[in-house]
Each structure stands twice: as C-alpha cells, then as structure tokens.
Design a protein around this ligand. Sequence first.
Ligand code: ASP
Length: 244
Amino acid sequence: MKVVKFGGSSVANAEQIAKIIDIVTADAARRVVVVSAPGKRHGDDTKVTDLLIALAQTVLEGNDYETALLTVVARYAEIQTDLELPEDITAEIEADLRERIAQRGANEAQFMDTMKASGEDNNAKVIAEAFCKRGAPAVYMNPGDAGMLLSDEFGNAAVLDESFEKLAALQHENCIVIFPGFFGYTQAGEVATFPRGGSDITGAILAAALKAEVYENFTGVDSGYAMDPRIVPTAPAIELMTYR
Ligand code: ASP
C-alpha cells in the first residue's frame, strides 16, 4: 500500500480537491491520504493556517475576533459550495472553531496549537465527504483515535515511539483513510502540532508505521529543482536523486 500526502496548494480549492481525488483513485494501492489545511489559491493569497494564527492571536489579545473567524469559515464555505457538499459542513466548521475558542485554557501555546490544527482537521473532514460524493468511499480519521501521540512541546512537538505500533492498525479495508496532517495529541489528550510544514512529518510517520511500499508526497510543482523555480523559471528539474 501507499501513503500519499497533499500539501496546502494541492487542497486549496474545489478544483484542486477534485484533482487529488482523481490522483488517489487512479491507483488502488493509495489507501491512506494525508492532507494539509487549504493553502494559497494564488500568489498573494493567505494560507488557512496563517488565518488561524491571526484569529488565535486576536482572541488572545482580547479583541473582537468575529471578522477573523468568518474569514476562515469563508474559505471552507467556498470549497463546500464549489464541491456541492451539504451546507451543514460549513456550519459544523464554524461551530468547531467557536468551540475551540470557548474551551481555551490558560496555556496560550496549547490554545494556538488547537486553533492551528483545526485547519487540517476540518479540511480532512471536507475532503472525506468530497471523496464519498464522487463515489470513492473514504473516512476521516482523527489522529488521536488512530494513536498519533506527540510530546507536549506545543508548536514543535515530536512523535512518541509508542505511536508507531498504534498507527500500524490504521488501514481501513473498504475505505480510503483521510488523515489530517500537522497535529496529534499529547498523553494528556491535548492537541499539539509539529513545526510549520509538519503535514509532511505526519505522512512520513504513517508510511513508516504502516510499512508502506512508498510514501508519495505530492506538491504544487512537477519536480525537485536545483533552484527555486519561482525565482528561476528555467531551473532544470532534477531527474534522479540518490540517497547518497
Ligand atoms: N498547514 C500547516 C502549515 O501551513 C502544515 C502543513 O501544511 O504542512 O504549516
């Protein structure tokens, strides 16, 4: 089996999500799909994770956060409408964000992680629905239920060794598993995130735990490049990279 991971730009809107469904269903070995929060739809767009950080900061400063919250909800509403998914999904996401804010405790770093993690968590739920709507049975998997246990260094968490054994049981026979990247739970049951960009780490952990034949990490460019192709558009693609 293969574990596949799609970064933020690959799940930024309905068009991209439709593409990833085609990619996953094109190979029956692709059974576990790790997803990021919606990323940039175009060059000067803002990632949902950054919107969530701004929202959490506004809450922590004690300022009115309504606009910041509705900006996040609007990103999911656009995806839900374009994919023609049931409207209550957007309402559930809004309720989830309000709940995370209402439940906040004294630990600011932990609160920040809870808010950041919602980006991946809610996107995984939306994407699982989108797979089902397109006739590809899929289930959302909560990282806590699956056994993704992390250290309690909020914003910089590391996987705990016991996670690997627990996660080995993850596969779902009849369904593609949609697993939110970037976060797990501490032994005390609190949400904790990896460093920024950490959905890649989730994918690597799952591929190792499940002894996947391949970990496929899809991104917004067609290859690895020796130079940043946004700066040097003629940068040659690296055809083959050895371990050495
Ligand atoms: N969404 C998170 C970030 O922007 C994690 C990720 O995409 O890998 O850092």
